[in-house]
Design a binder for this molecule. Structure first.
Ligand SMILES: *Cc1c(COP(=O)(O)O)cnc(C)c1O
Length: 414
């Protein structure tokens, strides 16, 4: 696990200052003075890198952007007010009316609703397919899909994509490949696997303490040869591409954030930086616990679903491509809504809430909450059954946690 050793060294240093205040400083100012009219012009043209106005970014967020870009090996990052803000920023920066986006795998409820309902109101059509339907992906890409969107791990269906294979397909057909890596920062590195942009809800394990709403998009640098963004499909971005390394920063900020205003605030960025410092430690522990808890629950006869278990359809892919784990989530199939409710109310350790990636274990019945406004067939497609509970494993002792879950399971079946 040299991986974690690397990040345990990198992240605490990236989030601190060597001089003056060691902790990151919070700069809450909305406006920033320019030293002269000439400097104002240079800042607005991008020649001088100083804050313009907080809607376009602030210094605390800038520090977080730098750290996230280094973490993922990206050219840069843009932080946003929420994870949805990050996905919306990427979609609206790169797509326009008449374009098509392909969503692969079981999506987070908010993303699904955004792609299906909201984007369609603006003339952008979304198609959906499963992670293993490579023929469907290829056909749709061939017919002109402009962006492919997937989650590194399906939330909550826990299906695992083959990111490298999808990236090759996207490159072949000149489509932008966006990966939501919210569940697996550090353990999956989408930019190194061929993705163009990574989006995060930093609200989850990156901040880790259920204390700060936030999101981010991390992007790669432009290629000197065969840059697909230079193709006809992306002709409306070509003026930005002359900016070199930071070109995608300009695309994201000027084509979306400036006008939609999903900007991060300094205090949330500060809290997110605090979380980032210990991300590697927490990630290593949680991913070990998830496997341990899954196997203990499985041995107790509970219908638990996780790719580390042999029964999971992507167990071999998990072994081959996700050696450090696939994030905090496991799901329990309770059969009925009644049993699911009874189980959740019986547990002593599980906090019932619509969040994941917290230091404490969280749980939620899916069909009656996040997925309640969806049609039955949509829920089925996203893997949400009437008795499905999602658990997000925290830092607690896995043995005690498993004991609590097993006890609640037994009581709920009485
Ligand atoms: C929570 C979540 C989001 C949305 O993030 P917010 O910060 O709540 O806006 C997007 N994708 C995934 C996978 C998530 O879990």
């Amino acid at each position: 696990m040299k991986h974690y050793e690397y990040f345990n060294t990198l992240l605490p240093h990236l989030t601190a200052n060597r001089e003056g205040p060691v902790a990151s400083t919070i700069t809450p100012s909305a406006a920033y003075g320019y030293s002269s009219a000439q400097e104002a012009e240079a800042i607005f043209s991008g020649e001088t890198a100083k804050p313009v106005y907080a809607r376009m970014g602030n210094p605390t967020g800038g520090k977080l952007e730098h750290a996230l870009a280094r973490m993922d090996g990206g050219a840069g990052a843009v932080v946003t007010s929420s994870g949805m803000g990050a996905t919306m920023m990427v979609a609206t920066a790169f797509l326009k009316s008449g374009d098509r986006v392909l969503c692969v795998g079981g999506l987070f409820g908010g993303t699904y609703a955004m792609m299906k309902e909201t984007m369609s109101r603006f003339g952008i059509k979304a198609d959906f397919c499963d992670v293993d339907e490579f023929d469907v992906m290829e056909k749709l890409l061939e017919s002109g899909v402009k962006m492919v969107f997937t989650e590194s791990v399906g939330n909550p269906n826990l299906r695992l994509p083959d990111i490298r294979r999808m990236a090759i397909l996207c490159d072949r057909y000149g489509a932008l490949f966006v990966v939501d890596n919210t569940l697996t920062p550090l353990i999956v590195q989408p930019l190194k696997m061929g993705a163009d942009i990574v989006v995060y809800s930093t609200t989850k394990i990156i901040s880790g303490h259920s204390s700060a709403l936030g999101g981010a998009a991390v992007f790669r640098s432009l290629k000197s040869e065969n840059e697909k963004l230079e193709g006809e499909k992306f002709s409306d971005l070509h003026t930005f591409l002359k900016k070199g390394k930071g070109a995608l920063m300009m695309v994201l900020k000027k084509r979306s954030m400036r006008d939609f205003g999903m900007s991060a605030n300094a205090f949330a960025s500060f809290l997110t930086l605090l979380g980032l410092e210990t991300l590697a430690l927490r990630t290593e522990r949680v991913n070990r616990s998830v496997e341990k808890v899954s196997s203990l629950l499985h041995d107790a006869g509970i219908k638990v679903r996780h790719p580390s278990l042999m029964e999971h359809e992507h167990h071999l892919r998990y072994k081959a491509l996700f050696e450090d784990g696939c994030g905090q989530i496991i799901t329990l199939e309770c059969g009925t809504k009644e049993r699911a409710f009874s189980f959740l109310n019986e547990t002593k350790m599980v906090i019932q809430t619509a969040n994941i990636g917290d230091n404490r274990t969280l749980g939620l019945h899916m069909a009656s909450t996040i997925y309640r406004d969806f049609e039955e067939n949509e829920r089925r497609m996203l893997g949400v059954t009437p008795g499905l509970i999602r658990l997000s494993i925290g830092l607690e002792t896995p043995l005690a946690l498993a004991e609590d879950i097993i006890e609640a399971w037994e009581k709920s079946g009485e």
